[in-house]
Design a protein around this ligand. Structure first.
Ligand code: DLZ
Length: 157
């Protein structure tokens, strides 16, 4: 199970604005991830704006643009291995790109990129009624908690 040991996060994000950047491949899984992210934002009292990109490879460039005007960015995507070397290229480029965006812009990036062997595994993590995990919500809570922490660090300067 990929989520073993994950923390229970419940923070108040009042006043934060968050961009949710979501890829479009594997629609049923994406719908679950986006709903989970929206639920977490509502629960944390955070204002959220959704932007769509074609595939996970395009997440970093839009995340970078969003990082200029939002308190945090949540990136959602699904990459299924499917026996193609594209898996490694797309997953590696998206992961490296999102890490760079967070550090270069000093803006939290919630990492909601599922990399799975099969669509069934992805559905199991998508926050749907029959899923065991809710990775869209998890990535969103991580971004919100990090933004709240950074707000505290910066106000202590
Ligand atoms: C090309 C590609 C492949 C093979 N698989 C996926 C995938 O499983 N998930 C995903 O989000 N995107 C995939 N893509 C598309 C790339 O992310 C990208 O959109 C295209 O290469 C065009 O730049």
């Amino acid at each position: 199970m990929s989520g073993a040991g994950s923390p229970k996060v419940d923070v108040d994000g009042t006043g934060l604005r968050i961009a949710i950047v979501a890829a479009s491949w594997h629609e049923p899984v994406m719908n679950g991830l986006i709903d989970g992210a929206a639920r977490a934002c509502a629960q944390a009292n955070v204002e959220a704006v959704l932007y769509r990109v074609p595939g996970s490879f395009e997440l970093p460039v839009v995340a970078q643009a969003c990082a200029e005007s939002f308190d945090a960015v949540v990136c959602l995507g699904v990459i299924i291995r499917g026996g193609t070397p594209h898996f490694e290229f797309v997953a590696g480029a998206a992961t490296d790109g999102l890490t760079r965006v967070a550090l270069d812009t000093r803006t939290p990036v919630g990492f909601g990129l599922l990399t799975c062997d099969t669509e069934e595994q992805a559905l199991d993590r998508a926050g749907l009624p029959d899923s065991r995990e809710d990775k869209g919500a998890e990535a969103t809570w991580a971004a919100i908690m990090t933004a709240v922490t950074l707000r505290g660090v910066r106000s202590a300067d």
